[in-house]
Design a protein around this ligand. Sequence first.
Ligand code: F6R
Length: 608
Amino acid sequence: MCGIVGYIGKSQAAPIILDGLEKLEYRGYDSAGIAVYDGQQINMKKSVGRLKALVELTHGGAMMPGNLGIGHTRWATHGAPTDVNSHPHLNSKETIAVVHNGIIENYIKLRKKLENKGYLFVSETDTEVLAHLLDYYYKGNPLEAITKVMHRVEGSYALGVIFAEHPDRIFAVRKASPLIVGKSDEGCFIASDVPAILKYTRNVYFMENQEVACLKADELTFYSVDEEVIQKEPVTIEWDAKAAEKGGYEHYMLKEMYEQPKVLEETIRKCIIDDDIIIEELKMSEEDFRKISKIYIVACGSSYHAGVTGKYVIENIARVPVEVDLASEFRYRNPIIDENALVIVISQSGETADSLAAMADMHAKGVKVMGIVNVVGSSIARDADYIMYTWAGPEIAVATTKAYSAQLMALYLFAMKLGKAKSVLAQEEFRQMLEDMKLLPQQVEFLLSNQRKIQKFANRYIAAKSIFFIGRGIDYAISLEGSLKLKEISYIHSEAYAAGELKHGTISLIEDGTLVACVSTQEDLYQKTISNMVEVKARGAFVLAVTNEGNYEMQKEADYVIYIPKTNRYFTNTLAIIPLQLFGYYVAVGKGCDVDKPRNLAKSVTVE
Ligand code: F6R
């Protein structure tokens, strides 16, 4: 989604803003723009396409003097990606500049009203309404104009605003679209995500809904929508700024895949203490655990896929019924939730609009929500009643890898704690699971070291029309994620099917040479899955099997086998996903796709 960066301080603003926008490139965008006040007027530059074009146009920002400015990367919603539609947007006198993330829902009505009052619009965007509305309300007091606008507009917004008549300040405004404010000795910053300013400061203020921040070079004040001053505490971000850089890898996605052993180790280091599971931030008592009668896991995309794995693991080791829902569907199906149910919302970013909306809906119904979130201080992390963090560090590539693996770990740990609290998971099994878990980092490392073999195999499929993934039970969950990884970055059509379901229709799509990746890690289901492999082979499919070391039977039926090291039956997804991630990655690289920034996708989906 769109990215916002703003700076006011001792240094030249434009290079800092462009640098910050570069860090937000992973969010997905199709044009970029910047507005800087040079001491006399607001200067603006915009460019369609990659940020690089804007960087070249401004000589890395050098040709835009001034210590105060705002910048934006736009992901087109209202109006095509053109220079005119790019942000910032100005009022007609060019004295007010606005950048905006989100959607102004009543913009058509507001635009008509403003046009009737003589305002001239140049773009098709909803954002331009904000620039003219600010102009309309501005009578010398910028804060007053902003709060009046906040009362008039409906929808979601994170805004950066500058006024030529107040060249000593930037305003940041937030409603339902993430925005942070940072402060250092060099100045103050606004950004839609932490990596944009991590190089400059670790002191970050997370803005709440309907708040306004006024940033001066050395002063920061927060206001409510009623213009009352609010006290806010900064959060210290512990992420390593280097973690948000490519560090010599060809793509962020590759780097992040290779970080997975470290991420698992970090989870183990933090949460397994003296042969027990301690989740420090999860303030849930044994009694709270015992009371849980049912769990609803709610999430989107890969986080949803982690939830599907979570269902199998929780139901099996804690014997608590679990339903898994896509966040965008959950709230509209009017679920019947009893008072001892727990809703778990899983989100890497903690800002996904569908997940946030589902959570708000649950809160309105008095249901307790636990968040499994990667970004400390994000909206879901703040609003959840209980929180479990995933320890993946900043994830930049649009296609998630390490955060997904960290989500699986969080779900295993939660399931084990629940199983123990419910006295369903025997102490000995619990202890064995901890031991098996401790081996996962080196097992993942081993699988990653087979990268060359998978690359060679992947190269055979860069021209594939369609690729299927099948599996049963927990292996179906991993098939969903393997299929998504491939299609989102390689643009090859792919579907994941419960292995037994294929014959009920989809098998008609199998042609000579179609690749079917078959995941089979559950011993009691080997034979059943082999039958499904035989079915597709008989229709001409080429079968890739992902199975456990030692299951050499598979070689007789599959055309190509990838073995994963032996582990606890509930942890196999952590291992089976590695070759599938590598496969998707290398198919996309072989096709020459922009792996880190796949078309039409955004890292943090902040619109419903
Ligand atoms: C796919 C991917 C997305 C996200 C989804 C939810 O690789 O990353 O499917 O998983 O958009 O995002 P979060 O987890 O931030 O709520």
